[in-house]
Design a protein around this ligand. Structure first.
Ligand code: DGL
Length: 270
């Protein structure tokens, strides 16, 4: 047993998709969350910058004595693959658990992957799915406008701007008749309802944040690192820009008021 917190990071709000699921599957765990809102988006940056940011984010979490680090970010998971061996605590990114779920889900063996430009250019999801089943055809599409839409609160399923952007990006995947689509950036499940409106109810959407949280819970259980307290876990949130925008969207997404729990820090010190 280990009652230290779980550390989760992302470039901004996206990792909350993992936090929401962690709170559901492991309600007694404390969580320390870092959203790098001062430097979002990561997905349009160079690999060396993404690696540098990811290492600083993990270092910040380790200063809080976390027992595990979750990179709840498709971009970091695709590019900063060195984190798995470089950290002194158990680590997971989102690519492997998400691909496992998608490979299990597809019936017609056509899977769409949407993510940031850095993620799609890395082909991380395509390569990982094909290690689970080499017959699966993977159709990839980057969606660089999705992260700014989410960070700026355009998350309503009926928002006409969000819908138009989704239609523009998903055309190729719909045309390919994918029966399963990986939301390969953790920001995207926040607009899953809007995506669902465009792709229809018969397509399975795989939430990378959720699948990763389920996988992280499995690792903690296997390594005997679960919290043995019977009280509800606490969440602390840290951001690298002013907390207001984060607080608003996080409040809606997590269904609780987080305004008193979000603190701004200087990530360049790590
Ligand atoms: N949530 C991050 C991801 O999963 C967003 C990346 C970005 O900041 O562009 O890729």
């Amino acid at each position: 047993m280990n009652n230290a917190p779980i550390g989760v990071f992302d470039s901004g709000l996206g990792g909350l998709t993992a936090v929401r699921e962690l709170k559901r599957v492991l309600p007694n765990e404390d969580i320390v969350y870092f959203g790098d809102t001062g430097r979002v988006p990561y997905g349009t940056r160079s690999n060396s910058t993404i690696k540098k940011y990811a290492f600083q984010d993990a270092k910040f979490l380790l200063k809080h004595n976390v027992k595990m680090v979750i990179a709840a970010c498709g971009t970091v998971s695709s590019v900063a693959t060195n984190l798995k061996t470089d950290l002194p605590v158990p680590y997971t990114g989102v690519v492997s658990p998400t691909c496992f779920a998608a490979a299990q889900s597809t019936k017609n063996k056509i899977v769409g992957v949407i993510g940031t430009s850095a993620t799609i250019n890395s082909h991380s999801y395509r390569d990982m799915i094909q290690t689970f089943d080499s017959e699966i055809k993977v159709v990839e599409q980057d969606c660089p406008l999705f992260v700014p839409l989410v960070e700026n609160g355009f998350i309503d399923k009926d928002d006409p701007i969000t819908r138009l952007v989704i239609e523009r990006y998903l055309g190729k995947i719909i045309e390919a008749k994918a029966d399963t689509i990986i939301l390969g950036c953790t920001h995207y499940p926040i607009i899953a309802d809007a995506i669902r409106e465009v792709v229809g109810k018969d397509v399975t959407l795989i939430d990378s944040g959720k699948e990763t949280a389920i996988y992280a819970a499995k690792i903690l259980r296997e390594k005997n690192l679960l919290n043995d307290s019977d009280k509800n876990g606490e969440c602390e949130f840290y951001v690298s820009d002013t907390p207001e925008g984060f607080e608003n969207v996080a409040g809606v997404f997590l269904g609780e008021n987080v305004s008193h729990k979000v603190e701004q820090i200087n990530i360049e010190l790590y």
